[in-house]
Design a protein around this ligand. Structure first.
Ligand code: AKG
Ligand code: FE2
Length: 558
């Protein structure tokens, strides 16, 4: 494969490359566990002129796609194994498809169609932005054909995308129209008793199939799929003649709620004051809360906010960035709703909310996410966030071990964007080097996921994000203790009226410290302090080496 050198870089990990011959190659990449999507396409000039001496343009494109797909599936498999071992396995966490519910052939085809619709519906504009018009049209058409149940053989017979890369001709308006017409006809004909398959004859078709396979993994990753509670053919996914009244009644929102993965049974037993305690009790990981397009929109918006902050167009305490770069330095933060002090500031204010200080209010885009989290039962309506902090991590940035300040009530949550990273938990997190923290339990945070911190998971275990391997953004949403709100604070009444869309399954009531059922020392009466907590709680980021009230040396600082 030809060597490519970087030509430019945009915000969310997309790169545009030029090869040694200066012929352009667009690269679209989106990295996130367990879905890694990449698509390549050569430009028209290169295709027409065959400027690359190594090979015919279409075969080079094919090579790229194959290489990318191998890399994707390797990464996927490694990630999948790692995350399964780290998180999803263990006697109480095992999630297997019961006997008799394994995939049947027709299920596989339904799933393929679901995957194609999912990509077209949720990710198409994000996927195709950097591709030439002709390539994206061709890939999109193959996706449409899979969604309509058209076989690979049928597709390659009729595929007008050959007009571009396969046939070496550029597309004029007439050809585009002709192709659209053919695709429409194929879509109308629907499947013809042939296996759909995702294998395709041309390079754009196989890019489409890589994309579909990734989407398929996402679908099969959703717990609702594993337990078969996910509707297998919602109205959206069927041709109109197949839509039953039952499935047509499922709204897009309801379908999305069913696709949210919810893991609530985290367990790590630690010895705390003579008892075995599940220090992760209260943690919840909700995945697929934001789809790719929504994530992209939010990432773009965060960068806009960062630009405003840099140009001093936000209130003084809203935006802050670390002064110098070193591995393990803090990270850029943008705070809304209240001004939160991580450590004693230069004016002598203690850590916590500074009531006299004003910052900007939560932007409407973030309110939409808060509303969704309540409507989709990620957060309880009793705890609607009224403040948030955006953390922008550069490569190597981290957040040191801490327990979130009690000026914020529980639960609170963190939304992950841009790249996956690990968060680590433990009662005694070790600092192994700049930005390196070792805890008892490490959890990968997929992009688009929301981690809920509550109970022991929020207040007994500390948490830290070790130096991140890739740029990352997180948004921590928290509700302020009503007695601590800034003097200028005005609640958002509309936001406060958010309620779950589906009947509530109830939120767990958590005791301040939950001893595990197999506690070896049940006879001990818990020795709660005046706040009702068994342990003294450290402020978020006490200065390095400061002694915590419980006598332990604290080890955190931003
Ligand atoms: O970035 C994250 O995922 C964690 C952020 C966090 O712990 C915090 O903002 O308190
Ligand atoms: Fe935190």
């Amino acid at each position: 494969m030809a060597e490519f050198r970087a030509r430019g870089n945009n915000h969310y990990g997309r790169r545009v490359y030029a090869n040694n011959n200066e012929a352009e190659m667009a690269t679209l990449e989106w990295e996130g566990r367990p879905r890694v999507w990449k698509a390549h396409a050569l430009n028209e000039d290169e295709t027409r002129n065959g400027t690359d001496p190594e090979s015919r343009p279409e075969s080079k494109l094919q090579q790229n796609v194959v290489a990318v797909s191998k890399e994707s599936s390797k990464q996927y498999d490694a990630q999948e194994t790692r995350s399964k071992q780290a998180v999803y396995e263990g006697p109480q966490n095992q999630q297997t498809v019961p006997e008799g519910l394994q995939n049947k052939e027709e299920d596989v085809e339904d799933d393929l169609r679901r995957a194609a619709v999912l990509v077209l519906d949720r990710a198409s504009s994000f996927l195709f932005t950097d591709l030439c018009e002709s390539c994206s049209a061709s890939i999109k058409h193959r996706l449409i054909s899979i969604a309509s149940g058209i076989s690979a053989a049928e597709w390659s017979l009729n595929d007008a995308s050959q007009l571009h890369h396969g046939g070496g001709k550029s597309l004029n308006d007439e050809a585009v129209e002709e192709r659209d017409r053919k695709v429409e006809v194929m879509a109308r004909q629907g499947r013809k008793n042939q296996r759909i398959g995702v294998v395709t004859a041309d390079a754009n078709g196989s890019t489409a199939s890589n994309i579909i396979k990734s989407a398929l993994r996402s679908i099969r990753d959703a717990p609702a799929y594993r337990t078969r509670s996910m509707p297998r053919q919602a109205g959206l996914l069927r041709r109109p003649d197949q839509v039953s009244s039952e499935s047509a009644n499922i709204s897009l929102d309801q379908q999305r709620i069913l696709e949210v993965g919810r893991k609530k049974d985290f367990c790590f037993l630690d010895r705390v004051n003579g008892q075995n305690v599940n220090i992760l009790e209260g943690l919840e990981l909700h995945t697929n809360v934001l789809n790719i397009e929504e994530q992209k929109e939010l990432v773009d918006y965060v960068y806009e906010l960062q630009e405003l902050g840099r140009n001093q167009k936000l209130r003084r305490r809203t935006y802050s960035e670390p002064r110098k770069w070193m591995r393990g330095k803090g990270r850029v933060t943008i705070q809304f709703g209240c001004c939160y002090n991580y450590a004693v500031d230069k004016d002598g204010n203690p850590p916590g909310i500074i009531r006299q200080e004003e910052v900007d209010e939560i932007p409407p885009k973030f309110c939409t996410i808060i509303k969704r989290m309540v409507e989709w039962q990620v957060l309880p309506p009793s705890c609607i966030p009224d403040s948030c902090i955006v953390n922008i991590y550069d490569v190597g940035d981290c957040i040191p071990p801490h327990i979130d300040h009690h000026d914020f009530v529980r639960p609170f949550c963190t939304l992950s964007l841009l790249s996956e990273c690990n968060i680590t938990f433990g009662t005694n997190l070790k600092i192994a080097g700049p930005g390196e923290f070792i805890g008892s339990f490490t959890l990968p945070l997929p992009i688009g996921s929301v981690l809920i911190l509550n109970g022991n998971g929020a207040d007994v275990a500390k948490h830290a994000v070790p130096a991140v391997p890739r740029r990352r953004i997180s948004i921590t949403f928290r509700k302020m203790d009503p007695t601590k709100v800034p003097v200028s604070f005005r609640p958002d009444r509309e936001l406060l009226s958010s309620r779950p869309l589906l009947p509530s399954t109830g939120y767990p009531k958590l005791s301040p410290l939950n001893a595990s059922s197999n506690s070896v020392d049940d006879s001990h009466v818990q020795n709660l302090d005046s706040d009702g907590y068994k342990f003294s709680l450290e402020s978020d980021f006490p200065a390095l080496g400061r002694k915590a009230p419980n006598g332990r040396l604290t080890n955190s600082r931003v």
